[in-house]
Design a protein around this ligand. Structure first.
Ligand SMILES: CC(C)(COP(=O)(O)OP(=O)(O)OC[C@H]1O[C@@H](n2cnc3c(N)ncnc32)[C@H](O)[C@@H]1OP(=O)(O)O)[C@@H](O)C(=O)NCCC(=O)NCCS
Length: 198
């Protein structure tokens, strides 16, 4: 595990197999835009409601590069940091409360099912608690989204509540919005995910 701090830029976080850092304009490949638009990838994401174009993705990435305090949008790279396969985002940090929501995608079809989401979330959670001073993280997902539920549970997040039938899922069914959370005091760093040196 290695964290290279680069304030005000996002740090470089190296976990066991992944490199996690900001997304630069040059990183926005056609492959990346394609998986954002892939219904299998975005069916549980709010971005499915709007087709993603290069212009939209670039504008979003630039806005995130320009303000790394209010939110933090990390790219997740495998193959020695060369291939963008996903993202982990703190969409709206509340610095007054030292808390934030967290969301994630492993969108590259060849990168799913390898434990990358679990590892990438673990790296960002470690950075949030150990370097940023955040005390609380939470996430929300569509009830029935087994992948998200498992990734969050494996990172120590526990269910704290549900907004009953708050969301309409991709089949048109109303489902609960499941809310899970984790306190800094309850976080247990896992060397198998982060690599030695934690
Ligand atoms: C859901 C997602 C993040 C999982 O990424 P991943 O890197 O494949 O996940 P991991 O390999 O770390 O899997 C962790 C566990 O979840 C399970 N899992 C992952 N995706 C799953 C799916 N679609 N259905 C059922 N189980 C799934 C894995 O089998 C693994 O279980 P195990 O520990 O019992 O073996 C990824 O498929 C994705 O980004 N999907 C689209 C976007 C999305 O839904 N993001 C979350 C929004 S809250």
């Amino acid at each position: 595990m290695e964290i290279i701090l680069r304030d005000p830029r996002l740090p470089i976080i190296k976990t066991n197999r992944l490199l996690i850092r900001d997304i630069q304009i040059d990183d926005i490949s056609e492959e990346y835009i394609a998986w954002l638009n892939n219904p299998e990838v975005n069916k549980y994401l709010e971005l499915r409601f709007e087709r993603q174009t290069r212009e939209k993705v670039e504008a979003y990435v630039i806005s995130k590069l320009n303000d790394t305090s209010a939110s933090k949008h990390f790219g997740v790279y495998d193959k020695d940091g060369s291939r963008l396969v996903g993202t982990v985002t703190l969409p709206s940090i509340k610095w007054r409360h030292l808390s934030s929501d967290i969301s994630f995608v492993i969108g590259h079809p060849e990168a799913q099912g390898k434990g990358y989401a679990t590892e990438a979330v673990h790296g960002v959670v470690y950075y949030c608690f150990k370097h940023c001073g955040l005390q609380k993280l939470w996430a929300g997902y569509y009830d029935g989204h087994v992948g998200s539920a498992k990734v969050l549970a494996k990172n120590g997040f526990k269910e704290e509540g549900r907004l009953v039938k708050e969301l309409i899922n991709y089949t048109g069914k109303r489902v609960d919005h499941v809310l899970v959370g984790l306190l800094a005091d309850d976080f247990v760093p896992n060397e198998k995910l982060l690599g030695i040196g934690v």
